[in-house]
Write a protein that binds this ligand. Structure first.
Ligand SMILES: [Zn+2]
Ligand SMILES: [Zn+2]
Length: 370
C-alpha cells in the first residue's frame, strides 16, 4: 500500500493534547501519542520516534510521522507466520512468496509444534530474496492457562528437537488413551475402541463423557466432568505436556530466543516474573489482535522486565489476516540477533567457569544433542 507524503493527503481524525489518530493518504489508520511511541495500524508499521516538541501541532506530527514511515518502510519483518505444516493454508514456499509480494525483508516461519516447514522456507527465501528466520510456536499450559511460546533462531536441524516435537504430537494423540487408563484404575471400564470409534480418531473429553453416560457410569456428561474428567479431577490428563517453563527451556536448549506469543490470549501477566527468570527473551507486543491499549500495556510490561518487543501477524496464509498485516521494523530482527549473541556469550562464560571448576554441572545436562 502506498502512503503518500504530501501533507494535504493527511486528514487528522481525533486529536488531543497527548494523543491522536490520523487517516493517512493510503487509507491506513494511524495512531500516535506523545512520548515516543507511534503505532500505525492498517499497514501495520510500528515505529518509534522521539517525542514531538511541545509546540507541535497535530499537522506537524502527522507529516513528521509520514516522513519517518517513508524513511523506514524499506525494511520490515513479519515475525509470526503459519504454513500448511501446522494449521496454515499455504505451503512454506508460498508463504515466503507472499511475504516478498507484501514487501517484507524478513519473515519468521513459526508453525505450531513443528519445524517441518523451515527448510523449504529457507530455500524459497533464497529464491525470493526474503530472509527466513527459523522459528516455532510451542503450545504450553499451566493452571488452565494456555501460553504459546515462540522460539526464534532455533537450531531447526537438531535431531533432539525434532524428536521432542514428535513426542509432543504423539502425546496429543495418546491423551484419550491415558484418560481411559485412568478411568479404568478408578473402576470405570471403558473400551478404548468405543471411545475412538465415536469420532473417527480424534477424541475429546466430551466423547469420553458420552460413553460413560451410555455405559451407565454417570447420569449426565456434566456429572462425568464433575466427578472424573474435569480439570483437577481423578481422570484428568492435561492437554499440554509442556509447562511454559518447559517450553522456554526447550527453545533455549536449541539456541533459540523464547518469546511469549500474543500475551492478550495468554492472560498470564502475573506469570511474567517467573518466565523471565526461566529465560524468556521477549514479548509479542505487536499482534493482529492487539489494539492500541493492549499494545501499550505490553510495551510497558516489556520495558519493566527488560524484554524484547517483537511483533507479527499470526497469519495463516490466507483469510482476513494476510502475511505482513503486522510488520515490525527490521531493527527488531537485529535485536533478536543481538540477543542470540548475548545468550551465546553467557553460555561461553558459563562454559569457561565450568572449565575452571567454578561452576559444577551434571554431566548428563551438558551440551546440545544433535
Ligand atoms: Zn498462538
Ligand atoms: Zn500463531
Amino acid at each position: 500500500m502506498m502512503v503518500k507524503l504530501a501533507f494535504h493527503e493527511v486528514r487528522v481524525g481525533r486529536t488531543s493534547a497527548s494523543s491522536g489518530n490520523a487517516v493517512l493518504g493510503g487509507g491506513a489508520l494511524g495512531y500516535w501519542k506523545e512520548g515516543g511511541t507511534v503505532i500505525v495500524k492498517g499497514v501495520g508499521e510500528f515505529i518509534r520516534r522521539p517525542p514531538a516538541p511541545a509546540f507541535a501541532t497535530p499537522a506537524w506530527r502527522a507529516s513528521s510521522l509520514l516522513q519517518e514511515m517513508a524513511s523506514k518502510r524499506s525494511k520490515f519483518a513479519d515475525l509470526h507466520v503459519h504454513t500448511r505444516v501446522s494449521d496454515g493454508w499455504v505451503p512454506p514456499e508460498e508463504a515466503v512468496e507472499r511475504a516478498q509480494r507484501a514487501g517484507l525483508a524478513a519473515i519468521a516461519i513459526a508453525d505450531h509444534d513443528s519445524i517441518s516447514g523451515v527448510q523449504a522456507a529457507i530455500w524459497a527465501g533464497n529464491k525470493y530474496g526474503v530472509e527466513v528466520i527459523p522459528a516455532v510456536e510451542l503450545s504450553s499450559g499451566i493452571d488452565n492457562l494456555e501460553l504459546h511460546i515462540l522460539g526464534y533462531y532455533i537450531d531447526w536441524q537438531s535431531k533432539w528437537f525434532a524428536n521432542r516435537l514428535s513426542k509432543l504430537q504423539e502425546f496429543r494423540r495418546e491423551r484419550a488413551t491415558k484418560i481411559v487408563d485412568k478411568l479404568r484404575e478408578l473402576g470405570v471400564d471403558i473400551d478404548y475402541n468405543l471411545v475412538i470409534a465415536i469420532d473417527g480418531g480424534v477424541v475429546g473429553r466430551p466423547h469420553i463423557a458420552q460413553v460413560m453416560v451410555d455405559r451407565g457410569y454417570v447420569r449426565t456428561t456434566d456429572e462425568a466432568f464433575d466427578r472424573y474428567l474435569g480439570t483437577g479431577k481423578p481422570a484428568y490428563v492435561s492437554k499440554y505436556q509442556l509447562s511454559p517453563t518447559d517450553a522456554i527451556k526447550m527453545i533455549k536448549k536449541v539456541g533459540g530466543v523464547p518469546v511469549l506469543a500474543h500475551p492478550l490470549f495468554a492472560r498470564a501477566d502475573h506469570l511474567l516474573p517467573k518466565l523471565v527468570e526461566d529465560g524468556l527473551g521477549g514479548i509479542e507486543v505487536y499482534h493482529s489482535k492487539h489494539d492500541a491499549t493492549t499494545t501499550e500495556h505490553y510495551e510497558q510490561l516489556a520495558q519493566k522486565y527488560g524484554l524484547l518487543m517483537t511483533g507479527g501477524s499470526d497469519s495463516h496464509g490466507i483469510g482476513e489476516i494476510p502475511i505482513g498485516h503486522v510488520r515490525v521494523p527490521y531493527s527488531i530482527v537485529e535485536k533478536l540477533k543481538e540477543e542470540l549473541v548475548a545468550m551465546k556469550a553467557k553460555e561461553v562464560t558459563a562454559e569457561k567457569l565450568v572449565g575452571r571448576g567454578l561452576i559444577k554441572r551434571e554431566p548428563a545436562k551438558r551440551g546440545r544433542k544433535k
